[in-house]
Design a protein around this ligand. Structure first.
Ligand SMILES: Nc1ncnc2c1ncn2[C@@H]1O[C@H](COP(=O)(O)OP(=O)(O)OP(=O)(O)O)[C@@H](O)[C@H]1O
Ligand SMILES: [Mg+2]
Length: 498
């Protein structure tokens, strides 16, 4: 019509004029919520999608269904260019899912997705205040609730090494399904409940952190020998609080600024984990600091710029200790809220004092060898029986052996898993293993670590294994003839080798 009525030079102006005229007389106004806002993912788009998926299934006649890899939840969504109505506080609104093909692909890296997706919200002009002030906040809260209720928490990794995906996100995610909880964690109950209480206080502490002027974050350093449950503790923390986990692979981070960018893209209510902090990256100026003796001198000599949040002059492409400290502690660490930092290490003595100084990591948690109270939890987990049920004599023998043996919960779990169908055999073998280990510890005479270094422990372990292999199969074991014969053959071979 425009083409017929107006000459070409007036077409654009007339279109603009008609548009304005139409808007003046229209009862409605429209808001676009696009999936990608400039270069960043639009959180509101994700929230609206989740919010609509909670009730769209009941009213929609044509829906899109999605399920993420490894996920157990199906998500309903509006099909392309479909509409749905909603009512908030007596006010009617309409949502439309608008999908269009991206026309001109301007150069950008990583390339933008082919489709441009967004939601269009249509409301009456007179309802603007109530919708913009309350409805959108309500949607954000509701989406967070749905996420928590679905228990579809995510485990993020930066294993792509700094490159972004098509949605401009540096983190990759999978549903987090680790079943470890504080109930299943073998640890002294008193220490465990202290940690639980600390976490509970943290999660409910918004007003406290606000009042005291502290950033709403907390740091935990988990240290102890391998197999004592550091990773299991992180999973238990995430399950307890219902937080996502960001597993930061430091070896994939190339500079301090990349580290900051990663931090900026983490969400609230999350646990940011760096495992094996002592060996995951060669923190370039740590050596200088240790050499200098005093922890503070590192700031003077090592990386003056980096300490203020910049890059080390000589090491533009490396991540420095100060970069890491800024990451956990500096201004950038509070670019979100309600976040927990967890570092783990097997060798706390190798860590730079700057990382350990008070206030840096709020709680240092030693994950120790398996004590008797922890052993009781493992017996309950794997055999389904309380230690007291095993009889007083067996219980006290176990207690004594466990205290002397200094075995990790991982080692003990192995013995229990192997014999989980036969409680007596499990307890019998466990006692045997614990005693052998206690005996070995005695031989090493408190120099266990030196013995381990010199291979003495390895030799002893081999001897123990051979001894056990020679004794098996035991009476009443459920191996068939063929497998028994195989074990005998193996034994013979081992004997020969010996
Ligand atoms: N305290 C514990 N409670 C329950 N299970 C445990 C505990 N410690 C270890 N385990 C068991 O041993 C296995 C290894 O534990 P985990 O990975 O948590 O140890 P880790 O301390 O993180 O070891 P590493 O230092 O090598 O990373 C787990 O599968 C878990 O089942
Ligand atoms: Mg671990």
């Amino acid at each position: 019509l425009l083409q017929m009525v107006f000459p070409p030079e007036l077409r654009f102006a007339s279109l603009k004029f008609l548009n304005r005229l139409f808007n003046c007389f229209s009862f409605y106004c429209y808001y676009d919520i696009t999936e990608i806002d400039g270069v960043n993912t639009n959180e509101l788009y994700n929230a609206v999608q989740l919010y609509l998926s909670s009730f769209v299934s009941a009213s929609g006649s044509r829906l899109s269904l999605t399920r993420a890899i490894n996920s157990s939840a199906t998500t309903f969504g509006l099909s392309n260019n479909d509409c749905i109505n909603d009512v908030f506080d007596g006010v009617a609104v309409q949502w439309e899912h608008v999908v269009t093909q991206r026309q001109s692909q301007t150069y950008s890296w990583p390339p933008l997705p082919d489709e441009k997706r967004g939601f269009m919200l249509r409301i009456r002009k007179r309802d603007k205040d109530i919708i913009l002030d309350f409805y959108l906040n309500y949607i954000m809260e509701k989406a967070n609730d749905i996420r928590r209720k679905n228990q579809e928490r995510l485990l993020y990794t930066n294993s792509r090494g700094g490159s972004l995906d098509s949605r401009r996100h540096p983190w990759e995610s999978v549903p987090f399904k680790h079943p470890s909880t504080f109930d299943t964690l073998a640890m002294d109950p008193e220490r465990k409940s202290n940690i639980e209480e600390d976490l509970r206080d943290f999660a409910a502490g918004q007003a406290f952190y606000q009042r005291t002027g502290r950033a709403w974050k907390r740091g935990y350093l988990l240290y102890g020998p391998p197999g004592t449950g550091k990773s299991s503790m992180i999973a238990a923390m995430a399950n307890f609080l219902g937080y996502d986990i960001y597993d930061l692979e430091l070896t994939e981070v190339h500079s301090n600024s990349e580290l900051r960018k990663l931090l900026m893209k983490t969400s609230s209510k999350s646990i940011i984990v760096i495992e094996d902090i002592d060996c995951s990256v060669n923190l370039s100026n740590r050596a200088k600091a240790t050499h200098a003796g005093a922890p503070r001198s590192y700031y003077d000599s090592g990386a003056p710029d980096a300490a203020r949040g910049g890059e080390d002059g000589n090491n533009n492409n490396t991540i420095t200790l100060s970069g890491l400290l800024n990451f956990t502690d500096g201004l950038w660490s509070c670019c979100g809220s309600e976040r927990i930092f967890v570092f783990t290490t097997n060798h706390i003595e190798k860590l730079d004092p700057a990382l350990l100084r008070s206030g840096r990591m709020d709680m240092h948690i030693y994950m120790s060898y398996c004590s008797y109270p922890a052993l009781k939890i493992l017996l309950r987990n794997y055999l389904g029986s309380e230690a007291e049920e095993l009889g007083e004599a067996a219980a006290s023998e176990l207690r004594e052996a466990a205290e002397k043996a200094k075995m990790t919960p991982a080692d003990i779990s192995e013995v229990l898993i192997k014999n989980r169908r036969n409680k007596e055999r499990a307890v019998g073998e466990l006692l045997e293993v614990l005693r052998a280990r206690a005996e070995r510890n005695e031989k090493c005479g408190g120099l266990r670590e030196e013995c381990e270094l010199n291979g003495v422990v390895e030799e002893m372990e081999e001897e123990e294994q051979e001894k056990r292999a020679l004794e098996s199969p035991k009476e009443g074991s459920d191996c068939d003839d063929d497998s028994c014969k195989k074990v005998e053959d193996d034994d013979e071979e081992k004997e020969k080798a010996k």
